[in-house]
Design a protein around this ligand. Structure first.
Ligand code: GLC
Ligand code: GLC
Length: 807
């Protein structure tokens, strides 16, 4: 069952009923000011950091779901309704929500009045703009009352939800003209405030929540809206809100626009005040002046659209399969940009107060957006590397506002350092900018102990070399990519977090085959980079370690039909036929086949066949099988989940592409494509009622075959799945892959595809690549008509070339 449709020309998903199986959301903003918005206008805004600078309040896990947002109420004399259906839930004659590239349009129509709201954050602006268009579609004059509404958060989203003895006494506002200023805590240490305004004279306002709603009323029945009269309340403590009241008269056919602006301002210490107790409003007024007419707003909206056209123009495909095209050209790339901005912090499953930026997560996210915004990828890599320690280990997470490593989470995840090689190499291959390697990068943000980025890569590589276990395989540390395989944790206390509790790594024999494969793949990248730089001695040194790792995997990491997953604390096998549960795991099959370890001996084919046989199901490849049915203290969190969810045999979509790439490298195009489609959201649109999450973006997890309801997804939006699937489809299946000295074209498509076209902008040249799948003609690659040797198209001088590829 579907709840809307894709409008590919507009690059929008159009939702046609407000009652989606879960709130289907979108993100506004792409640099400093951000908002989450659902298809019924729920959600919240923040500046840079969803924990420390929460601007509007949102209650997670509420009843009903998705309560709180930026709401408009219309009282037309007969009924009270909202253009987004919620919160009033008054039945509408028409409803439509269009989620587009960093904007959302919600339109409701009732009894001859149409209300359309366009929400977006203009480029380079610290504000969300809401353009409300009211139209009288009837034959008689309409008089109506429009109320806006949003609720302020008291800045720190965590204490906002717990420290009520203080919170109920701190709220402060100022009201000037049509602008409501939220200046809570501004008089002490804060140098920032927020405001909500509208570009017309208002007929009233409310800023105190209880006055507006009435103490015992919900969002759907604000007392002042029902009465049709504002309370003119001025908040002192309790819960400050912002609501404008506007009386509107519309002749038949007439339309009126209102521009609401929700903004954020920072002032220098000496410029904080206009006069005693009165905040300096200069910056707020400057922003308001930029958006005080509908025309100005429309122009800013056009700029945003152009910005996105350009971003999405770097890689486009025409495959003849509209579902694939809309994922590659629009939604998958869009999601990659969203994960770049938010890492794992704020979604409808991530509360914005839990996690900062992950070291491994951010490096992996990079492979999904580096082609779109290489300059920002460069900054990001340096930020990440700056949280490394001199021995190559690193903080597992850092806070975006301070860029400092997160002490609560600590480090010791032994896969983390290797991902830095992936990030840096991907950046250089995309841009050809080797200068990043000479950049001086601190350790633990301390510039006095900085080394070059290249040195950071060497110590990352050596971190694995220096932490090998009894079988010559990498010690796992706190955990590898699978945060829930906690082999050194041994927790018996439900009050401990598996992620942070003391680890018994001292004396542990716990080794990871996932890191082993990872080390071979990115170790080879490191060696290649050394060779490109002429550092042949270092390349030879590294090669010995990679070779030794390959041997160790073949000798101690093979279980007969697949690669083992790990050795536990005591040195016992994990992911083996010898185990009762958890006999086979996806991660080591993915990484060891990507590393092509034991390929000549048939290991890759066998391992991939075992994945097909034991882990594949209708909705994707599950993480492990059989699932753990009981808690295993020496395995940790993985065995805490019920069977079929998350790391315990869920379809953890992030790791499916590793197997897909393994299949590609092993030459099985049909299987690679089949796996790709199973988890790709556009192909799941028809089962949205089961799938539950947005059909335009990947979710972290789909319930596996052992779950209560296989196929049901959770944790949409912020997941490494976005980057890995875009990387896999664009670089391995369609096969257009940047390299140091050119663009590789090496597709691996099912035999019944006739071909496809890719347009790829790469270092200043537009490559128009036409791939033809034809057995009967000469194979090869022609660049502007000239046949080349091999599959690397050398760097071109002209601004556009046409490439023909026959496979
Ligand atoms: C989450 C984490 C990621 C981890 C994965 C598997 O997605 O963000 O770092 O690798 O779970 O446990
Ligand atoms: C949880 C999740 C895992 C995530 C980890 C990090 O345990 O299962 O996916 O990576 O937390 O916070």
């Amino acid at each position: 069952m579907k709840f809307g449709y894709f409008d590919d020309v507009a690059k929008e998903y159009v939702i046609t009923t407000p009652e989606t199986p879960w709130p289907w959301i979108n993100y506004l903003g792409n640099e400093d000011f951000f908002s989450l918005i659902s298809n019924t206008a729920g959600g919240y805004s923040f500046y840079k950091d969803a924990k420390f600078r929460r601007i509007t309040r949102y209650r997670y896990n509420n009843v009903p779901m998705d309560n709180g947002g930026r709401y408009f109420y219309i009282n037309d004399g007969n009924s009270v309704w909202s253009p987004g259906w919620k919160p009033c839930k008054t039945p509408l004659d028409n409803y439509e929500c269009r989620h587009g590239m960093n904007y959302t349009k919600i339109k409701g129509e009732k009894d001859g009045i149409s209300a359309e709201v366009l929400f977006f954050v203009p480029l380079k602006t610290w504000a969300e703009v809401q353009k409300v268009t009211l139209t009288n579609t009837s034959n008689e004059t309409k008089k109506l009352k429009l109320f806006s509404f949003m609720e302020w958060a008291l800045w720190n989203a965590a204490t906002d939800m717990e420290n009520f003895q203080r919170n109920f006494s701190t709220g402060e506002v100022e009201i000037e003209g049509s602008t409501i200023y939220h200046k809570t805590e501004y008089k002490e240490r804060r140098d920032h405030y927020a405001y909500y305004s509208v570009n017309t004279e208002i007929d009233g306002y409310d800023t105190d929540r209880e006055t507006f709603f009435g103490l015992y009323n919900g969002f759907h029945e604000p007392q002042k809206v029902l009465e049709g009269k504002p309370g003119m309340s001025v908040a002192h403590g309790w819960s400050p809100v912002a609501s404008h009241y506007i009386e509107v008269e519309l002749k038949p056919g007439e339309s009126k626009d209102f521009v609401f602006v929700l903004g954020y301002v920072e002032n220098a210490q000496e410029e904080k005040w206009e006069s005693k107790g009165i905040i300096n409003k200069t910056k707020a007024k400057a922003t308001l002046a930029k958006f005080d007419t509908a025309e100005k707003v429309d122009a800013a909206f056009d700029e945003l659209k152009t910005y996105w056209e350009e971003l999405l123009d770097v890689y486009t495909v025409d495959s003849g399969d509209e579902k694939l095209d809309r994922m590659v050209n629009i939604w998958n790339q869009y999601q990659c940009m969203i994960t770049f901005n938010f890492s794992r912090s704020a979604s409808y499953f991530e509360s914005g107060i839990g996690r900062g930026m992950g070291f491994r997560d951010s490096n992996q996210d990079l492979i999904g957006f580096v082609h779109q915004i290489p300059e920002r990828a460069r900054e990001r890599i340096i930020d990440i590397a700056s949280t490394q320690f001199p021995d190559g280990g690193c903080y597992h997470q850092y806070q975006p506002l301070t860029k400092r490593g997160n002490n609560d989470i600590g480090g010791g995840f032994n896969d983390d350092p290797m991902w830095l090689i992936l990030g840096v190499v991907s950046y250089i291959k995309e841009t050809g900018d080797f200068s990043i390697l000479d950049e001086m990068v601190p350790f633990d943000n301390d510039m006095s102990v900085a080394k070059t980025m290249f040195d950071h890569l060497t110590i990352s590589f050596d971190h694995v070399v220096n932490n090998l276990g009894p079988h010559g395989l990498p010690l796992i540390g706190r955990a590898d990519w699978n945060d829930c395989l906690n082999l050194n944790c041994f927790s018996n206390d439900p009050n401990e977090s598996f992620q942070t509790t003391e680890n018994k790594t001292e004396g542990s024999k716990a080794e990871s085959l996932m890191i082993a494969g990872l080390f071979v793949v990115y170790g080879r990248d490191y060696i290649e980079l050394c060779n490109v730089l002429g550092k042949t001695e270092e390349a030879a040194r590294a090669q010995k370690h990679v070779d030794a790792m390959i041997e160790a995997v073949k000798q101690h990491g093979w279980d007969g039909d697949w690669y083992l997953r790990a050795y536990d604390y005591y040195g016992k096998k994990v992911g083996s036929k010898e185990n009762k549960e958890g006999q086979i795991f996806i991660e080591s099959q993915g990484w060891c086949t990507m590393a092509e370890i034991g390929k000549e001996e048939g290991m890759c084919t066998k391992a991939l066949d075992s994945v097909k046989e034991r882990l594949d199901c209708e909705y994707g490849i599950v993480l492990n099988n059989p699932p753990f049915s009981e808690y295993v203290v020496e395995y940790g969190e993985i065995s805490s989940y019920p069977a079929g969810y998350k790391e315990n045999a869920g379809i953890f979509c992030h790791n499916n592409p590793w197997v897909i790439i393994g299949e590609v490298l092993n030459g099985n195009a049909e299987r690679a494509w089949d796996y790709f489609k199973k988890i790709c959201p556009a192909y799941l649109e028809d089962i949205s009622d089961l799938h539950k999450t947005e059909p335009y973006v990947y979710s972290q997890m789909i319930a596996g075959k052992d779950a209560f309801k296989p196929g049901e997804a959770k944790n949409s939006w912020l997941t490494g799945t976005a980057a890995w699937n875009f990387y896999t489809i664009s670089q391995y299946i369609l096969g257009v892959r940047p390299d140091y000295n050119g663009l590789i074209v090496d597709p691996c498509i099912p035999s019944d595809w006739k071909g496809f076209t890719v347009n790829r902008k790469f270092r200043g040249t537009l490559y128009n690549i036409e791939v033809v799948n034809n057995d009967s003609v000469e194979k090869g690659i022609w660049v502007d008509g000239n046949k080349i040797e091999g599959n690397v198209i050398p760097m071109q001088k002209s601004s556009a070339v046409s490439v023909k590829v026959v496979i």
